[in-house]
Design a binder for this molecule. Structure first.
Ligand code: ADP
Length: 214
């Protein structure tokens, strides 16, 4: 059983890389963004509550996200482990995840940080919107430059503190997300192969106990 977190700013490629990783035996990708958008589309109580927050690019409340993830990771398809895509995004979420994984007896193998600079993220967004429109598709309601700038600022303020948090635990691995998609996938696979069953520090309990293999 392995759990992996893919961490990075909006548009860094977390979704693409998580989907590719899902093909590894039995790992389930959970994207909190996708889960929230599904709630909005289905006009559930949660969906109606979070729609405006998503459209602004702000974060939905921690308790809501933690409850949603807590319920989801208890389901059958998560029993071999999860790739967390877009979660945790705040220190409070990270601490809640630690507690949930500890309770489940399910270790955190690695946190993969996808590093991409902000100008590149803005460029990627421009091409993505143009491609979607050219293909006659529908652009996500939070996919515009103004909202992206807010999402980047939210990332800087609320999510980047997770980098030292996980680095101190010895589970952080940084991958250059500016490289081509295939190169990034291979780098992630290599990290996980290296860490398979070799890191006693990554079980959510052994805080500040660096992994001896890295
Ligand atoms: P991206 O990776 O492009 O930022 P996501 O699909 O991960 O997009 O997230 C879209 C939106 O969903 C976020 O801007 C935020 O409003 C909300 N969201 C997703 N995950 C979380 C989370 N863990 N905590 C709070 N809000 C979240």
């Amino acid at each position: 059983m392995i759990n992996v977190i893919i961490l990075g700013p909006p548009g860094a490629g977390k979704g693409t890389q998580s989907q590719r990783l899902e093909e590894r035996a039995g790992l389930k990708q959970l994207s909190t963004g996708d889960m929230l958008r599904a709630e909005v589309a289905a006009q559930t109580e949660i969906g109606n509550k979070v729609k405006a927050i998503l459209d602004r690019g702000d974060l939905v409340p921690d308790d809501l996200i933690v409850a949603m993830i807590g319920k989801r990771i208890g389901e059958f398809d998560c029993k071999y482990g999860v790739i967390f895509d877009g979660f945790p995004r705040t220190l409070a979420q990270a601490q809640a995840l630690d507690a949930m994984l500890e309770k489940k007896g399910s270790p955190l193998k690695a946190v993969i940080e996808l590093a991409v600079d902000e100008q590149e993220l803005l460029n990627r967004q421009r091409s993505r919107i143009a491609e979607t429109k050219a293909a006659g598709g529908e652009v996500r309601s939070d996919d515009n430059e103004e909202t992206l700038r807010n999402r980047l600022s939210v990332f800087r303020q609320q999510t980047t503190p997770l980098i030292p948090y996980y680095r101190d635990r010895g589970v952080l691995e940084t991958v250059d997300g500016m490289q081509p998609v295939d190169v990034v996938s291979r780098a992630i696979k290599a990290i996980l192969a290296k860490n398979d069953g070799t890191c006693p520090a990554s079980n959510g309990n052994a805080v500040k106990n660096a992994c001896p293999t890295r």
